[in-house]
Structure formats: structure tokens, C-alpha cells
Ligand binder design. Structure first.
Ligand code: MN
Length: 483
């Protein structure tokens, strides 16, 4: 099932490593007390530290350390009790310090693993490291025809850079990796995962090689991709560009490229710096971070159930199909909603209703599950009414429609509209007798061997009972009476 790109000279394999920058959920920045709220007036959340005024000193935000450790544990990664902040020196107008405080040789989190739920089965992707660093400010090029403005609100915001190993082999795997990582940090509460607001951004390192070659070839890095769809499209285009280059006798150069979503292409931004160009050195204003094992253990003990564990529990304990479990755990709100529905009714039926009926109306109106017009409690009651045979699945769809448009309690709706299923054998038998009496020709056809006519009888029965006769009982009793 491997993903290969066919070229003129044969098949090519794509090798991808992702660097994800995830904004740490914290009200204050990494080294200052300034606020981090999204969408504030430009330069309204900038302390003297963030503006790099002379003599200002950074002070570490302990919550950010806790969040980084929590994320590391969520990635099944090694937590380094000793880690060091270093200065990564470069000039950029939106970086007033002239360097970014980051971690280099000794990051807070080492190797870990993210498991992808691919259609062909689970795939383990290695995590190389997770380190903490400051975000830079933002240059605004579209506010004035002549000037560029600088907004330093993001300057100093705490980021986790999560670096994968070059284990990804297709755009689909890369997309799934970002989705899974986003789900994990959201379950953990360490990053809101909001890609539109820039809380989660992705750089993709892409190289290609002929199938069978084991050495890694030169990679290009595509910067700052801000949606899962764009990650996949950018990788696909970059891979095709590189293959074409090689096949025409060219070479790929190590460089940073930009993905243009409108033109759907990647363009060169600058030649890629090597680590030594940044003149990293330990920040003399900050002590190394030395954690106690007990600090880590305490965080470990407070970890919530993560998507993989929830997935396993839905399959093992609730009997859900694997694919249904994968979809339900993809985001925590959906998993929680489903659990509330399931606890009030029957899990498999609850999964069907959430995944099909509820998702259909949410998708139709572009709503998230948090804005569902039907509460989990109400849907749970509805599913319970189907499970205990009070109403049929068919009638339940009508009740659900009323719940969506007018709201209301499903039991009350069933009561008010007289929709209770007819499960009384005598009553159903009476209706069947009547029907056979009124349609002797069709009854004879059945006796003569045309069993298809049974379907016609079922239809007539449902019509006569306004859909309320229990379909299973109708089927069974019809066969008995006609045969
Ligand atoms: Mn970075």
C-alpha cells in the first residue's frame, strides 16, 4: 500500500519529516507576564522584555515547562530532567532581541512516538525531540503602500517545536500525523491546536529518492503551512518538483521554500541556513532547567486518557468498529459527546446515530459538535427509545428531525405525536388478516411461489400502521400467515 510517484525513469519514494510549532496554552508568555490572547490590538500585549529593551531580563514561566513535560509524556517521549535554553542568533525586523531564545543541544523532551491510524493499519512515527522556544513578532506588509508595520503581540509567546523523524512516506501520512498530534495536544490541554489562528504551524522537510535507494537525498523545507489540507498539497507538489528536477539532470538544493496555496506551488524563499550559522550558545540570562523526577511523576499521574487509549476502550469495552472509533476520538468534544449518548443508551447504536444522523446535520450547516442543535442527553434518550423498541429506527428519524428544528424531549415528541411502535402481536395479526382479506390476488401470488410479493405486503402494512408496526414482527407474522 506504499505511496510512490511514477516518473519517467521509474518509481520514486517521498521522505517527509515535519516540524510542528505548537503554541503552549498559557495566559502569559514564556519569559514575561504579557498576555497571549488572540486577536488583540497590535502591540497591546508587549512587555519591555518582549520588546527587548536594554537591561530587561527573561523570567521563565513555570506553567510552560509543565505544559512541555505534559506534552512529552503524551508523546510517550523521554523527559530530560536537565535542559538548556540557548540563543539562536539571526536578524529579522520582527525579532527585536536579535536572537530567539530556544533549546538546541539539550531539549526538554527527547525521543517519542506518534501512532497513526492509517486505513491499512497503525503506523508508528518517531518523534526526534520537543523543545521550547519563543515566537517572533509579525511583519504587516498590507497596511500601508510604502511601510511595513511590526506587531510584537506574538513576540515571546511560548512555543513547543515538535520535530518528527523522517519516517513519513506520503502526503496522507503527513496529514494524519498533524491531525493526530493536534488531537493529542488538545486532549492534553497544552495547545488549542487552532491552525487558522496560527497556534499550530507546520514546516515540512521533503526529499525524494528512487525506490530501493537507502540514502536520504537533499531535502527542501517548506515553511509555515497552516492547514492539514495545505500540508498534504504542498508535499505532493514539492515531491513532483524534485522528481522532475532529478529526471532532467538537475539537483535539489537545500533551501527554504514557501507554499503558495492560491497558485498551488512552492517557491524558493532563501537558501537554508545550517545550525552553525545561528551561532547558538547557552543564554547567560537563564539558568538551565533542572527538574525533579517527582515533578514529572506528578504530571504523569494527572494525564487524561489520550486518543489511542480512548480508541482502544471504545473497541474493547463498547464493541465499536475500529473505523467508527477512529472517527469518534479524532477530537475530544466528539468523543465526549458520543460517550454521553452511549451511556444513556446502546453504544453501537449511539455511534451510528452520532456518526451518521448527527454528523449529517452538523456538516450540512457547517456546525461543530459544540454547536449541535441536539444535546447529547436528548440524543441519548432518542437512541434509548430505539434500543428498547419503543420506536422503530424509521420513526426515530422523524423524531430527530423535530428535535433538530423545534427542539424538545424525544419521549414527549413520541407521546404527543402517538409514534409508539406497535409490538402487540394480536394487533399486528389483525392488521395482516385484514390486508390479506382485502388483497386475495396478491395472497394467492405468494402461495403460488412469488415470494417477492411479501415486500409489497410489508409496504402496505407500514402504510396502514403509519410506520409504527414493528418491522421484524411484521415480517415474521406475514410469512406465517401467507405461507
Ligand atoms: Mn522553531
Amino acid at each position: 500500500m506504499s505511496y510512490l510517484i511514477e516518473g519517467e525513469t521509474g518509481d520514486w519514494e517521498v521522505v517527509i519529516g515535519l516540524e510542528v510549532h505548537a503554541q503552549i496554552t498559557s495566559k502569559a508568555k514564556l519569559f514575561s507576564g504579557a498576555a497571549t490572547e488572540f486577536g488583540a490590538e497590535p502591540n497591546s500585549q508587549v512587555s519591555l522584555v518582549d520588546a527587548a529593551m536594554p537591561g530587561m531580563l527573561p523570567v521563565i514561566n513555570e506553567l510552560c515547562i509543565e505544559q512541555a513535560v505534559r506534552t512529552g509524556l503524551g508523546l510517550n517521549a523521554k523527559i530530560n530532567l536537565h535542559s538548556v535554553f540557548e540563543r539562536k542568533n539571526y536578524f529579522y525586523p520582527d525579532l527585536p532581541q536579535g536572537y530567539q531564545i530556544s533549546q538546541f543541544l539539550e531539549p526538554i523532551v527527547g525521543e517519542g512516538v506518534v501512532t497513526l491510524d492509517m486505513p491499512e493499519g497503525p503506523r508508528d512515527i518517531g518523534v526526534e525531540r520537543l523543545h521550547m522556544e519563543q515566537d517572533a513578532g509579525k511583519s504587516l506588509h498590507d497596511q500601508d503602500p510604502k511601510c511595513t508595520y511590526i506587531d510584537l503581540n506574538r513576540s515571546g509567546v511560548a512555543l513547543m517545536e515538535i520535530v518528527s523523524k523522517p519516517d513519513l512516506r506520503s502526503p496522507a501520512e503527513a496529514g494524519e500525523y498533524v491531525r493526530k498530534l493536534r488531537a493529542i495536544v488538545r486532549y492534553l490541554g497544552t495547545c488549542d491546536g487552532n491552525m487558522e489562528q496560527g497556534s499550530l504551524r507546520c514546516d515540512a522537510n521533503v526529499s525524494v529518492r528512487p525506490v530501493g535507494e537507502t540514502e536520504l537525498r537533499t531535502r527542501a523545507e517548506i515553511k509555515n503551512i497552516n492547514s492539514v489540507r495545505f500540508v498534504m498539497a504542498a508535499i505532493e507538489h514539492e515531491a513532483e518538483r524534485q522528481i522532475e528536477l532529478y529526471e532532467n539532470g538537475g539537483e535539489v538544493v537545500q533551501e527554504t521554500r514557501l507554499y503558495d496555496a492560491i497558485k498551488n506551488e512552492t517557491r524558493s524563499m532563501r537558501s537554508k541556513e545550517e545550525a552553525h550559522d545561528y551561532r547558538y550558545f547557552p543564554d547567560p540570562d537563564l539558568l538551565p532547567i533542572d527538574l525533579e523526577q517527582s515533578f514529572v511523576d506528578k504530571i504523569k499521574a494527572s494525564l487524561p486518557e489520550l486518543p489511542d487509549a480512548t480508541h482502544q476502550r471504545f473497541v474493547d469495552d463498547l464493541g465499536l468498529a475500529n473505523d467508527d472509533a477512529v472517527t469518534l476520538v479524532a477530537d475530544k468534544e466528539t468523543a465526549d459527546f458520543f460517550e454521553a449518548v452511549a451511556s444513556a443508551s446502546e453504544p453501537k447504536l449511539a455511534a451510528n446515530w452520532v456518526l451518521h444522523e448527527l454528523f449529517a446535520i452538523l456538516n450540512k450547516d457547517g456546525l461543530s459538535i459544540a454547536d449541535s442543535p441536539v444535546s447529547s442527553a436528548a440524543l441519548g434518550k432518542l437512541v434509548a427509545l430505539i434500543a428498547d423498541d419503543t420506536i422503530s429506527g424509521r420513526i426515530a428519524k422523524d423524531v430527530f428531525e423535530v428535535m433538530v428544528t423545534d427542539g424538545g424531549d424525544p419521549e414527549q415528541i413520541v407521546e404527543d405525536k402517538g409514534l409508539k411502535q406497535i409490538t402487540d402481536t394480536g394487533e399486528i395479526e389483525g392488521m395482516i388478516d385484514q390486508l390479506i382479506n382485502d388483497n386475495p390476488d396478491q395472497a394467492q401470488q405468494y402461495k403460488d411461489g412469488n415470494t417477492k410479493v411479501a415486500g409489497w405486503f410489508v409496504g402496505q402494512m407500514m402504510k396502514a400502521s403509519q410506520g409504527k408496526a414493528n418491522p421484524q414482527m411484521v415480517n415474521d407474522l406475514l410469512k406465517k400467515k401467507l405461507g
